[in-house]
Write a protein that binds this ligand. Sequence first.
Ligand code: ADP
Ligand code: MG
Length: 396
Amino acid sequence: MPTIAPNLDCIAGSLAERFQKLYGTSPHIFLAPGRVNLIGEHTDYNDGFVMPAAIDFYIWVGVAKRPDRILNVYSEHFAEMVQLSLAALAGPPRKHWSDYVRGVAAVLQAAGRTLSGANLMIYSQVPLGAGLSSSASLEVSTALALMAISEVEFSPLELVKICQRAEHEYAGTRCGIMDQFIAVCGRADCALMLDCRSLEHQILALPDDVCIVICNSMVKHELAAGEYNRRRADCESGVKILQRHLPNMRALRDATLADLQQNQPLLPQRIWRRCHHVVSENQRVLGAAEALRSGDLAGFGRLMYESHASLRDDYEVSCRELDLLVELASTCEGIYGARMTGAGFGGCTVNLIRSEAVDSFQSRVTESYKKATGKTLEVYVCAAAQGARAWQPLVG
Ligand code: ADP
Ligand code: MG
């Protein structure tokens, strides 16, 4: 069965019941979506373009005020309660899930606001560590919860930056800004093209009759973190070399394919391929936005396949399982395009599929993947969702 997001009223209702049982009061409820990047991979830290969509799988936070300066935080995923004091949040990453909550509370307070003590309960529909950005949805939903009970306000962009800073300083991950941005600013039925340098963004409507289908390969290679840092270093080396001839260049975002061609003899082969991925990927994002505007889904899909090939061959961040999933997808009926999404070396692929073809896609890919790898695929059938918000129960 495809994992389709269950009814949101049911989730909110049963979270409220469990909250009542644990804490003896009823909660206010906040939710923030996970996200998938449709195209524009490894471009964010090169000042480039990305095109994420928020997905209708959320992290939910139930919250009620306490009269003291204590945060009690219960994660249902880990079945674990943590107690934090609002007076003692500082300190380096502890490599524990509560770092994200501690970080958000600390950065909100560092911005000059006094927070109230609170009881919190976290429920997640977003798989953890699968590249669908559970970390940003946890930060943003927690921030909204703490801000509401403390009667503190920030603009959406301030909220984005507070959450990113919490992840940098308290969880120790130097993430870009895409995840927090889309968790806050996502729009229902739309993707968003974000310029990671200027933070300008464009909302791009997705057609009604397509689904975003995410396939979780269920593999995570140990290589990922080290290789990620090596790719960043390769890009920086490329910029240094290219700057000899292009003195105004600040990041790979500023180079064109013609610049790369002209300077190819200067660039060691590996560095050239890394640069080639980033520069061509930025162009693909711009092309993909144009394709969406003109309703050219076939064109959008072609760019997804090209993005995957570039990540596999030039950037070398794919793996056997992701390549297989894209290959299998490409032989299915009703598919426009498929690619790996996220940093790579495992995690998920994203597929753009005509709605009526989703069931056959799902059974075919799951079966073939099992045969080839022995692994059981998880499939998330998503709609593009609105960004983080307070839960509004339906009246009546
Ligand atoms: P991703 O953001 O792709 O899911 P990350 O490694 O950035 O992967 O973030 C995952 C981490 O976020 C988890 O290991 C955990 O520390 C924290 N997290 C996410 N969801 C929850 C949750 N429901 N409860 C507690 N911690 C969570
Ligand atoms: Mg994350």
